[in-house]
Ligand binder design. Structure first.
Ligand code: NAD
Ligand code: MG
Length: 392
């Protein structure tokens, strides 16, 4: 029997990469369910190509158009995850690749209905890992983080306990502004921030990568997922993006995981439990084929990337991470829409953290789903308020 596959966020960068891997082996995999928000032409292409049993289109207008167009088609078009008879379905593999907090609820639902869940949506890990962990344990489902740094940490620490580990480094490319002077960072526009030197990714994560917020989110993601002491995590600049994490052991040895800058590698290895011949995918040439390939590691310049100073247990340890995530989503969106300057992302985050109500919302240890949404909503409202006040 073919393995049943669901991809949440199938029109995105991770969703498309995942589909291109499953596509190589459609004798083994059945693309049973896809979901996307509003990319009309790509949704059409995916329905025609993969003939999924279900396609969830979350944008109401695009949903209407697609539903009308495929009225007589075998693919059922739904507008909401809640319209899906999910309890009757079991998936072999689900890829969670929606961007932002919108991915939380579907990921939680699919955890209980999937044998293996590949987790790309870092916002889910940051806000609701405790729920995912509990549900996956109860349902005996496997959750594999596929953010490349976490996929690496997972592999590298398999045989070690906290007592064996001195530090865990999460590498950062440094983004498009690594070699720019501090003064030239004043007038950054979103089109500049989106141009990532090494990876091709969605807009939001590309902007998060340019100011290192992506690394702040990734360290918090690692805090939540792995059982190691939080103080052991460090961010290090590695502009080639070939090493994804480094584990420094107390015995003096360090181990790192090296692979090409292509998300196909963690995704394919997560699908095939590390038993995969990557040549099937015809990726770009291996960097060992170059005449010379250097690996460099540099300290983060906190003046250029002040956002890394927000990574403190005081702010992010408990539900403060939900606030950081939500406020950042609002600020990145406002920056893309030219409502705020690049620098304001950091400054307004600081303003949220110094609000008189911050503590009240930030101290919850294991919030329920409803509490997560309440905290998320407060952070969004507060951030909008700060933006309007500063702009007005
Ligand atoms: P993307 O913007 O390319 O795609 C996002 C997907 O989510 C699309 O299919 C879109 O239709 C869907 N979506 C957007 N808003 C939605 C909403 N409100 N409701 C339902 N669906 C919605 O993003 P991406 O780069 O593929 O990233 C996806 C997730 O994976 C993010 O959480 C990101 O941080 C994480 N991630 C991405 C990469 C990467 O290389 N792209 C690497 C590691 C982790
Ligand atoms: Mg990453």
């Amino acid at each position: 029997m073919k393995k049943k596959i669901a991809i949440l966020g199938s029109t995105g960068s991770i969703g498309q990469t995942s589909l291109s891997i499953f596509e190589k082996n459609l004798k083994k995999f059945k693309i049973y369910l896809l979901s996307a928000h509003s990319n009309y032409s790509l949704i059409n292409k995916q329905i025609i190509k993969f003939k999924p049993n279900y396609f969830i289109v979350t944008d109401p207008l695009v949903f209407k158009k697609i539903k009308n167009k495929y009225k007589k088609n075998k693919t059922k078009i739904l507008n909401n995850f809640s319209d899906l008879p999910l309890m009757k379905m079991k998936f072999d593999i689900t890829v969670s690749a929606i961007v932002g907090i919108a991915g939380l609820d579907p990921t939680i639902k699919f955890t209980t209905q999937s044998k293996k869940l590949l987790l790309a949506n870092k916002e889910t890990a940051i806000c609701g890992w405790h729920i995912i962990k509990q549900l996956s344990k109860k349902n005996k489902s496997i959750v594999v983080p596929i953010d490349s740094e976490h996929f690496s940490i997972n592999q590298l620490t398999k045989n070690y306990k906290d007592k064996d580990i001195k530090n865990i480094y999460i590498t950062a490319s440094g983004g498009p502004f690594l070699r720019k002077s501090l003064s030239s960072l004043k007038n950054i526009k979103s089109k500049d921030a989106i141009k990532h030197p090494n990876w091709k990714m969605g807009k939001k994560i590309s902007i998060d990568s340019s100011n290192l917020m992506n690394k702040v989110l990734e360290v918090i993601e690692a805090w939540k997922i792995f059982p190691f002491n939080k103080d052991k995590y460090k961010i290090i600049i590695h502009s080639q993006s070939l090493v994804h994490a480094i584990v420094v052991l107390k015995n003096g040895q360090s181990k790192f995981l090296y692979h090409e800058t292509d998300m196909s590698i963690p995704i394919a290895n997560a699908i095939y439990d590390n038993n995969y011949d990557i040549e099937v995918l015809n990726l770009k040439k291996n960097s060992f084929n170059k005449k010379k390939q250097s690996l460099t590691f540099e300290k983060v310049d906190k003046k250029k990337f002040p956002i890394v100073t927000l990574l403190s247990k005081k702010i992010c340890e408990n539900s403060g991470s939900i606030i950081l995530n939500a406020s950042n989503e609002v600020l990145v969106d406002s920056f893309i829409k030219n409502k705020i300057s690049y620098k304001s992302i950091y400054l307004y985050l600081k303003a949220v953290f110094s609000d008189k109500d911050f503590k009240k919302y930030a101290i919850k240890k294991s919030p329920s789903i409803n509490e997560i949404y309440k905290i998320d909503e407060w952070a969004r409202r507060k951030t909008e308020e700060i933006i309007n006040k500063k702009n007005g």
